[in-house]
Design a protein around this ligand. Structure first.
Ligand SMILES: [Ca+2]
Length: 276
């Protein structure tokens, strides 16, 4: 792994819409609330059990092997990479001690994007992850892609975006939000000119996502991320964090399970299930 990065990969921030200068103030308000976005009826929800009892296991990986070089399929077991071949001389993914450790290469021009065939309408993933602390700030993005979906940038459907600064787990519908090509084009004009987004666009994009606080440490955690109809739900370490509803979550084909590291994160014990 390379020396510490001083910041997350800047080129990914604009299109992913992650940074927010004023978020810290709102974070102060949010942490004062005991269970943001969680209703009493929701707190006992067990989506890991839902996947195991209602679902079919599509694939699993404990990464207990060595990688085979640097290129797209080097991780093995059906994994592929949308970014590895941009930097064929750089090892971004390392299978070390039975763990997938990824550090994105800045010269690749995109955060590392590692994916595996999935294929479901309702279902989801159980994954252990760790923000490694290799970099000063780290974001692990985990979710679903359909490269055959027209009108959506690179088929990015929906994700849980796990960040340490701000310390939040964000559920985002990209399909009908920031990665819808028409919305992205309009938003891009304002970003290019460093102008504030108009209120209607801000309101639209805000309706496509919802965030939940977490303690953002450098320990191992288990995340359960599922979609059912137009709802995406997330649980951390056996506790239901909450859910969000948005049209893009209902996309009928979550073709890939995808992981994006900005710039670095560790992953182990991936299981992906199809319920419908
Ligand atoms: Ca392992």
């Amino acid at each position: 792994m390379n020396a510490k990065h001083s910041a997350t990969l800047g080129m990914s921030r604009g299109i992913w819409g992650i940074s927010s200068a004023t978020w810290g103030f709102f974070w102060g308000l949010l942490v004062a609330l005991p269970a943001v976005g969680v209703t009493a009826a929701d707190t006992g929800r067990d989506d890991a059990a839902w996947l195991r009892e209602k679902g079919t296991l599509l694939f699993e990986d404990a990464f207990d092997r060595d990688e085979d070089g640097n290129l797209a399929q080097a991780i093995g077991n059906g994994w592929n990479s949308a970014t590895a071949n941009r930097v064929p001389d750089t090892k971004q993914a390392d299978l070390d001690g039975g763990v997938l450790k990824v550090e994105s290469a800045v010269k690749a021009g995109h955060q590392a994007h590692i994916h595996h065939e999935a294929g479901f309408e309702d279902g989801g993933a159980i994954v252990r992850f760790k923000l490694s602390g290799v970099s000063q700030h780290e974001i692990l993005t985990m979710g679903f892609v359909d490269r055959q979906c027209p009108g959506v940038h690179a088929g990015h459907l929906c994700y849980a975006i796990i960040s340490d600064a701000p310390p939040r787990i964000l559920l985002r519908d990209c399909k009908t939000g920031v990665h819808d090509l028409e919305i992205a084009k309009r938003r891009g004009e304002f970003l290019k000119n460093k102008e504030k987004l108009p209120a209607d666009l801000e309101t639209l994009l805000a309706s496509k996502e919802k965030d939940f606080p977490w303690k953002a440490d450098h320990e191992w955690h288990e995340l359960v991320l599922v979609t059912e109809g137009d709802e995406m739900r997330v649980s951390l370490d056996g506790h239901f964090l909450g859910s969000h509803r948005s049209d893009g979550f209902a996309h009928p084909m979550k073709r890939w399970f995808s992981l994006l590291m900005n710039p670095s994160a560790w992953v182990d014990d991936v299981k992906v299930w199809k319920v419908k």
